[in-house]
Design a protein around this ligand. Structure first.
Ligand code: ADP
Ligand code: ZN
Ligand code: ZN
Length: 751
């Protein structure tokens, strides 16, 4: 008798089922199984063996789903790695890895069958084989032209359709033709076209040869260096200033893989921010490019997943972090663009993985390569490149005529003393904006979002609106005049009278990009102003519209948050203003300085991408701050060395590995005792490596109180051993009668 260990989409270990006679399964197969009293789930086979489990009645697998395994053995290994490294169950990895429609669960077999995903079919149209003869084609067209002009047009459209639109067999997807379906059917009846209905494929146009950009000498050298490094190392850093042509280098490596029939994955921080990049890739790789991200419909994501699981290779996916889990069977290269970006880390729910680190692990497992690109690498990656664990190539000059922007630091306190400060702007910045506007250039203004969510306050008694479920202030949204909790989503109307003193009205406080946009409009009435942040653009389309307007220079001044910092390549930006650098450098996080440097350098990098003479104005009350100086001088290495010295002194990554534990409970007293007990138990194992308990910055969310513990492990020590010890302690803790009801969440390598 054979048995299969099956991963279910639950925070549970794998369970063993019997493999019925005549059923064939291998690791990576999707199956339907019954679990619990009634429910039917989709599961993934983890292992097949002949060890009878001790449980008395072992249920059989109901049936195998899809006509072949969804995942390869290697991908299953990767799931295991993620589960083990990030301390979660393989079921949680499954939940994250598979698109929603691929893991239906139902109460009955009939319902399950209804829920099961069926790929959409598509109609393909081709001219009848006889028409390959030019003479016959001419005849057919001639006779149609007189008698059936619509059919004539349809046939003409089909035979003259762009090579790009065709599959290898010369068919064109019907939906891409202008012709009426009835007209095509009529042509079919005459035997002039052939229509085939089958599963949708993306192979149309895949034969086009890639036209690659010619590399400059410096770029060619960097590419050569990467190739050399990849002979012995599975990961390498491409450290190149913004605009130096990192993307061009990716393109060359990608083309090389694709023409060998291998798959490539290009990870980008947030797909909504990278329409430009996808467009650029499509211009070179045509319909080979598949983009995969959370904004796609569930159906589309599922179709992509299924198609890739059957592909023979040569696939190129541009995706957000979850694209790491796509079943690319011949994956040999993972490029992680802007590798330092914090959005590669999934904070919630489990697996709390960092896609950049996973990419490195995955590449190693596959015997392929991970390329990490950045103008401002994370200190972890930079350190790995320095010690030779990763390879490294450097691009220190911008491409073409573009020069690094001139960075001016403007002292806000001094400006205020001299009466040269108007609201949020120093005179210097306003003068520069005026100049830029007159010269027909574009300006980008950056306002950090953090710490500047607008809120409402009573002018009389100081009352502010707070969330009843979380220990935070509610954020004021002008649209709809509502107060919203950014932690739990609780909303409330803005009260007409202060609920506390009942004397006065409450007023909005704090300033965000919206306020700045208003002020700019008042200061420069003739300028065309737009805004880009999470509140102003709620859809991908709205986002695209703002970006397109700015790109086409229909906007003079763009005000925005972090959203404007990433990956944009706008030619016309002559001036960039960073309105308040103070809250960037002064945040209490141990990564604050690194982050501030990265963010400001990215923002500054938007200036003067094409033309010479871009300028950046950084407003700060502390112009002598080391990080501000390092940004102004473009001194990444100075920043990195200074920060590494601090990290070493205070024992933080990359010198230590961190595991953050969060405990939650509705009863604050029980939580306090539980956190103390867990801390004591962990100290028994890890000694002084345990910090806490301490309250996190927001210590109540959705009615539950929170307590934090931090584990700091020497990076030289065995991380696997530490996780093992931690796992056994947590298991004991979760079984103790007193603390069973506490929730404990592990975050490995928290950001
Ligand atoms: P990065 O990814 O390092 O920010 P990009 O690859 O986006 O840099 O290059 C910046 C700009 O310079 C882009 O507009 C790009 O098309 C152009 N560019 C870079 N290298 C070349 C090249 N070898 N040939 C033509 N254009 C290039
Ligand atoms: Zn809340
Ligand atoms: Zn009041």
């Amino acid at each position: 008798m054979l048995y299969a260990d099956i991963i279910l989409p639950l925070a549970q270990p794998a369970y063993t089922f019997a493999v019925p006679e005549g059923t064939e399964v291998v690791p990576g197969c999707a199956v339907a199984v019954q679990f619990g009293p009634r429910k039917i789930y989709t599961g993934i086979v983890r292992r097949v063996h002949d060890l009878r489990p001790s449980a008395r009645n072992v249920k059989p697998i109901l049936r195998v789903l899809y006509d072949r395994p969804l995942l390869t053995g290697r991908q299953m290994e990767f799931w295991e790695w993620v589960a083990s490294y990030y301390m979660c169950s393989p079921g949680e990895v499954m939940r994250c890895a598979l698109p929603a429609l691929m893991k239906p669960s139902a109460d009955t077999e009939e319902e399950f069958a209804d829920e099961e995903f069926r790929p959409r079919t598509e109609c393909y149209v081709a001219p009848a084989p006889a028409l390959r003869d030019g003479e016959r084609l001419h005849e057919a067209l001639e006779s149609l032209e007189r008698r059936a002009p619509k059919q004539y047009e349809a046939l003409l459209e089909l035979v003259s359709a762009d090579e790009e639109l065709r599959t290898a067999a010369g068919e064109v997807p019907r939906r891409l033709l202008r012709a009426d379906y009835a007209v095509l059917r009529a042509l079919g009846r005459k035997g002039l076209v052939v229509e085939t209905e089958r599963e949708r494929s993306a192979e149309a146009g895949c034969r086009a040869a890639f036209r690659l950009p010619e590399l400059t000498a410096a770029q060619a050298e960097a590419l050569g260096e990467l190739r050399r490094q990849f002979r012995t190392k599975s990961a390498a850093l491409l450290h190149g200033v913004t605009g130096s042509g990192k993307t061009e280098i990716y393109i060359h490596l990608i083309a090389e893989m694709l023409s060998r029939g291998d798959d490539v994955l290009l990870l980008v921080p947030e797909i909504a921010l990278t329409a430009q990049l996808v467009g650029r890739m499509e211009r070179i790789f045509g319909s080979r490019v598949t983009s995969y991200h959370s904004k796609l419909t569930p159906r589309r994501r599922t179709e992509i997943f299924l198609r890739l699981s059957r592909s023979e290779g040569g696939e190129f996916v541009v995706g957000a972090r979850s694209a790491l889990f796509l079943p690319l069977r011949r994956l040999r290269l993972v490029v992680v663009d802007e590798e330092h970006d914090a959005s590669y880390k999934q904070n919630d729910p489990a697996p709390r993985y960092n896609a950049r680190d996973c990419a490195v692990a995955l590449a190693r497992m596959l015997g392929g390569h991970a390329l990490l690109g950045s103008a401002t690498p994370s200190l972890e990656t930079w350190m790995n490149a320095r010690t030779g664990k990763y390879g490294r190539a450097v691009l220190s000059e911008r491409y073409g005529e573009a020069r690094p922007p001139r960075i001016l630091v403007s002292d806000t306190l001094r400006a205020a003393r001299r009466g040269e400060r108007h609201s949020h702007f120093n005179k210097l910045l306003l003068d520069k904006m005026e100049e830029t506007l007159r010269a027909g250039g574009q300006t980008m203004l950056f306002q950090n979002r953090r710490g500047f969510s607008p809120y409402v306050e009573c002018t009389e008694c100081g009352w502010t609106a707070r969330c009843p479920h979380c220990n935070v202030t509610l954020t004021y949204h002008r649209r709809g005049e509502r107060l919203v909790c950014h932690y739990c989503g609780h909303t409330a109307p803005v009260p007409a009278k202060c609920p506390s003193c009942r004397v006065t009205d409450v007023v909005p406080r704090g300033f965000g990009t919206e306020k700045i946009e208003e002020e700019i409009a008042a200061l420069f009435p003739e300028a065309r102003v737009a805004r880009l942040d999470r509140d102003s653009v709620t859809s991908e389309r709205a986002f695209g519209a703002v970006v397109a307007d700015f790109e086409a220079r229909r906007t003079d001044i763009l005000v925005g948050t972090q959203m404007i910092t990433k990956g944009f390549d706008f030619g016309g930006v002559a001036l960039v203003g960073i309105l308040n650098a103070d809250n960037l450098v002064n945040s209490p996080d141990f990564r604050a300085a690194e982050r501030a440097f990265q963010l400001m350098t990215q923002v500054a990098g938007r200036a003067g991408r094409r033309a010479a003479g871009g300028e950046v104005v950084i407003q700060t009350s502390d112009p002598g701050h080391p990080v501000i100086r390092q940004v102004a001088e473009g001194d990444y290495e100075g920043m990195a060395l200074a920060q590494l010295a601090e990290r070493e002194a205070f024992f933080y990554p990359p010198y230590a590995r961190l595991i953050a534990l969060t405990l939650r409970h509705r009863d604050p007293e029980l939580l306090r005792r539980g956190a103390a007990a867990l801390a004591a138990a962990l100290r028994g194992r890890f000694g002084r490596r345990v910090l806490g308990p301490m309250p996190p910055p927001v210590d109540r969310i959705r009615g539950e109180y929170l307590a934090g513990l931090l584990l700091k492990i020497e990076s030289g020590a065995s991380a696997a051993r530490a996780r093992e010890l931690l796992r056994s302690e947590l298991e004991a803790f979760s079984k103790s009668p007193e603390y069973r009801t506490l929730t404990v969440v592990c975050d490995v390598d928290p950001q």
